[in-house]
Design a protein around this ligand. Structure first.
Ligand code: PEP
Ligand code: MG
Length: 925
């Protein structure tokens, strides 16, 4: 008979696929001697067999093995399941290989019925506790296993509270709770048409099936899709059946959740919350606001050191920050679950560096435990420190960062507005797992109830979204779609700002600033640079971008798109002059004006980056991009012609006024004469007409495959010559000043070596002139973009002329797929992804199998002609972690990406090496 079940004493704590994360960890900590309530785990295999069975029957043997295991629990606890004197009660919890907080269902106090309840009350001598446990069980079981809506229970609960005249749950008497239990039983009977199941084993079987079913529930499916949890990562849920221990047995009992370190900041202090005389879900659901764990030192002085000991043992065993749940039942501390703590990026970075320094983990482990993509959070904006506004309310700073958006009061609305691109803040009294789609859509989350470990806080932290929780000064009225904070009223659609770092809430949009690098991040990234083989460069086009890239640790500039330098408002008119010029002389005159401007830019960029390399790409886009579009010009011309007519009218008016004034001997003010002067309008009209004419001439049906890049440089060599001169003269100036600079001139859109040779001749001519003019040796390198398929196929020949290659994977992806990079992402790509024709968006994630294969071949061919030729990537994929791993494996020398992605790329480059050293390859996957 197949083994479907493992007790916590026998399960393999490393086998999360089979036992789920929770089950495996409970096995592990049971086996290292922590005090875990006796329990066992039903495997994910059982779940999959169950879900695959059209009849939805538990596989043969499961219930028999459950009976055996229950026998062992009875033995360990000296209680009996279903016993009318001293009943054993259990919890039934889900747990898959990947942690999916709150996504699946848990049932507590299972085993209660009219008889066992009597035993529970008699044995504990606590009638209130008995009924409280009973009503909780009926509601949870009713909701999770029998599908009874929560609201039906809530209505009855509130009705009894009202009848009893109490405001808080804790003030309810045993008799009230008894009445609630009876009403709940009636709710179940009414809703399901059957009595509430009384047989404990029947309860257990229904509960196990319900947990298995929850794996395919909408919440769990949505969660897996959002977080890209594949079946290789987690397939099915295990079910944990654990002896109940009670934190609500009086003032010597408590329940809480802890993090071995602060998950918001990473600080090495025990962090968490607890509630005396309460059950676990009270803490997590935020029904009562719990106290910080530190208070326990005074309130439970004997137990607090035990809790600290538990914390230390968890960390030293797992070498990882743990997020754990505990219960104290009548002075005995139990650990109910542990898992790796989810933290925001800055806490991950700080704990990585500190744990490595404490000797708990190695530097490599410190690097590998952080997902490079998560570093993005650290570059999230925070409130401008100069902002001095007054908060309308303050809550708990539950997840750092600042965000503004329109207030919305339910998750569906958040989703609808979010899809329209509107920024929203989701406001709730408290959140529940079913609100998850609202989290995805919102910029930030605000709740009026619950602590820092409430659902809202935990989920927001995991997503790196700002969250203010438990803002009790705010009264949220979901029906009215309003929130009241003192005198302030927030209506749906009002803009507000959350500061998840301080817990403050402001009306209106508050300015934000980017966060700086922490010292820990600097250290971590230094370790990353040591571990990595790939260099990380930045795509930076202006001196300002270059300075930022340097701050982020770029080792040079891998792509300076010179055309971006043309866009400043004072430069564009000169560029337009250059474009509309009819003769080479006219064009040269405009270029002569551009030269000093470009030279100054290059000089600044080269100096800022000195002594690092700066790759300057010669003009690439089709030049019509610098001109207004035809329709805009037509509209403007129409308006100008109207204006001209009106001005002619003015002319008549002025003449008449002059005549009249003259007859009275009065002099007119000068401005009146100008009113009728149409010369300026005439000249504007003629300029616009000239531009319109040019726009029409330059029109191309397919400009991305048209007159751009090197083709432009060859048809208008004076443009490239000016740019080449600007780069080399800037380098000469720096060299004269003693600043070591390393410019690299890169040619875009190359498809044949003849193009490269042509441009190379221009470069060599200008280089000789510049060296002669400036009297210094100017160092430079000359290379080719690899963004045309033919260029890749001809890499061997190109390498004879080029000293370096840089893959422009934006264009190369476009060219390889024949997908327009302008349109595909808005048209058919999302559908391709949804229906699985393509796994990813190839403009975001490098298509390793196609585009990547081409790159690999080109690298090989290039190096066969010029061994050791430097090769990099400067398309968007250069900042994408998985793509970076691939680039490392095919032997690229560097990746280049936008400045804010540089830290991500540095860490990803380290991961690439470390994972490859561990034998993990992305090639062939
Ligand atoms: C590319 O094509 O990948 C590239 C870097 O150039 P651009 O995006 O400017 O076309
Ligand atoms: Mg390109």
């Amino acid at each position: 008979m197949k083994k479907w079940i493992y007790s916590y004493h026998e399960g393999n704590g490393k086998d999360k696929q089979l036992l789920g994360g929770k089950g495996a960890n409970l096995c592990e900590i049971t086996q290292i001697g922590l005090n875990v309530p006796p329990g066992f785990v039903i495997t994910t295999d059982a779940c999959l067999s169950y879900l695959n069975d059209p009849e939805r029957q538990l596989p043969d043997g499961v219930m028999a093995q459950v009976h055996d295991q229950m026998g062992m629990l009875e033995h360990a606890t000296s209680k009996r399941f279903g016993d009318a004197n001293d009943p054993l009660l259990v919890s039934v919890r889900s747990g898959s290989a990947m942690s999916m907080p709150g996504m699946m269902d848990t049932i507590l106090n299972l085993g209660l019925n009219a008889q066992t309840l009597v035993g529970l009350i008699a044995h504990t001598g606590n009638e209130r506790f008995g009924y409280d446990s009973y009503r909780r069980f009926i509601q949870l079981f009713g909701k999770v296993a029998l599908g009874v809506p929560d609201e039906l229970f809530d209505e009855q609960f509130e009705a009894v509270k009202k009848k009893a005249g109490v405001a808080v749950d804790i003030a309810l008497q045993a008799s009230d709770l008894q009445e609630i239990s009876e009403r709940f039983l009636a709710v179940v009977q009414h809703h399901t048409g059957k009595p509430f199941p009384a047989d404990p084993y029947e309860q257990l079987e229904i509960a196990i099936k319900a947990v298995f079913n929850s794996w395919m529930g909408k919440r769990a499916v949505d969660y897996r899709r959002e977080f890209n949890i594949t079946t290789e990562m987690a397939n099915g849920t295990a079910v944990n059946i654990v002896t109940m221990v009670f934190g609500n047995m009086g003032t010597d009992s408590a329940t809480g959740v802890g993090f071995t370190r602060n998950p918001g900041t990473g600080e090495n202090v025990l962090y968490g919350e607890y509630l005396v005389n309460a059950q676990g879900e009270d803490v997590v659901a935020g029904i009562r606001t719990p106290k910080p764990l530190q208070d326990m030192a005074e309130e439970m002085p004997v137990l607090f050191p035990q809790l600290m000991d538990l914390r230390n043992r968890l960390e030293t065993h797992y070498h990882e920050v743990q997020d754990f749940e505990f219960t104290i039942e009548k002075g005995v501390l139990y650990c109910l679950q542990t898992r790796n703590g989810k933290m925001n990026a800055s806490a991950m970075v700080r704990t990585s560096v500190e744990m490595a320094r404490e000797g708990l983990i190695t530097e490599q482990e410190a690097l590998l435990r952080i997902n490079p993509q998560h570093l993005e959070q650290m570059l999230y904006p925070r409130l401008d420190p100069k902002f001095k506004g007054t908060a309308i309310a303050t809550g708990l700073p539950a997840s750092p960062g600042a965000a503004s958006g329109q207030a919305v009061f339910d998750a569906d609305r958040a989703e609808t507005l979010g899809k329209q691109g509107i920024k929203v803040i989701l406001i709730r009294e408290e959140t529940k797992p079913e609100d998850i789609h609202g989290f995805f859509a919102a910029q930030g989350i605000l709740t009026s109830r619950g602590g820092k470990t409430s659902h809202a806080a935990v989920v927001a932290r995991g997503m790196g979204k700002p969250c203010v929780a438990g803002a009790e000064g705010i009264h949220v009225d979901v029906q009215l779609r309003k929130a009241f904070a003192g005198n302030a009223i927030i209506k749906e659609g009002d803009v507000l700002t959350l500061d998840g770092t301080s817990g403050n809430i402001y009306l209106g949009a508050v300015p934000t600033v980017e966060t700086g690098f922490s010292t820990e991040l600097t250290t971590l990234l230094e370790w990353a640079d040591k571990a990595a083989r790939l260099k990380v460069m930045a795509n930076a086009d202006t001196p300002h971008d270059a300075a930022r890239a340097l701050q982020y640790g770029a080792q040079g500039i891998g792509l300076c798109r010179t055309e971006r330098m043309f866009n400043a408002s004072e430069r564009l008119p000169i560029v337009i002059d250059m474009i509309v010029a009819d003769t080479t002389e006219q064009r040269q005159a405009a270029l002569d004006r551009l030269l000093p401007i470009q030279r100054a830019d290059f000089r600044d960029v080269l100096k800022i980056m000195s002594p690092r390399p700066v790759t300057v790409r010669l003009l690439d886009p089709p030049i019509h991009e610098f001109l207004p579009n035809e329709q805009q010009l037509l509209n403007e011309l129409e308006q100008l012609h109207h204006l001209r007519l009106s001005m002619q009218g003015m002319e008549v008016l002025v003449e008449t006024v002059k005549l009249l004034a003259g007859s009275h001997g009065e002099a007119l003010p000068a401005t009146v004469h100008e009113l009728g002067d149409t010369r300026m309008v005439d000249s504007v009209i003629s300029r616009k007409e000239q531009i319109l004419q040019k726009v029409r001439t330059l029109h191309e049906v397919n400009p991305m495959l048209g007159h751009r890049g090197v083709r432009l440089g060859i048809t208008f060599p004076e443009i490239y010559t000016m740019q080449i001169r600007a780069v080399l003269e800037a380098a000469a100036e720096c060299t004269k000043e003693g600043v070591p600079v390393f410019p690299e001139i890169m040619v875009p859109q190359v498809c044949t070596v003849e193009e490269l040779k042509y441009v190379k001749r221009l470069v060599e001519t200008v280089h000789q002139q510049v060296e002669a003019d400036f009297g210094v040796k100017v160092h430079y390198e000359f290379g080719s973009m690899m963004e045309v398929v033919r260029a890749c196929m001809r890499a061997e020949s190109l390498a004879e002329e080029a000293q370096f290659f840089s893959f422009g994977t934006n264009d190369l992806t476009q060219a390889s797929f024949s997908f327009s990079r302008e349109d595909a992402e808005n048209k058919f790509l999302p559908m391709y992804n949804d229906c699985g024709i393509l796994q990813d968006n190839p403009f975001e994630v490098l298509d390793v199998k196609g585009v990547g294969k081409l790159m690999g071949l080109a690298v090989g061919w290039g190096r066969s002609a010029r061994p050791g030729i430097k090769v990099g990537i400067c398309g968007e994929h250069g900042g994408h972690p998985a793509s970076i791993r691939f680039c490392d494996e095919i032997g690229l020398d560097y990746v280049s990406c936008s400045a804010p992605r540089v830290p991500i790329a540095r860490l990803a480059a380290a991961h690439a090496r470390l994972l490859l050293d561990q034998g993990q390859s992305v090639i062939g996957k």
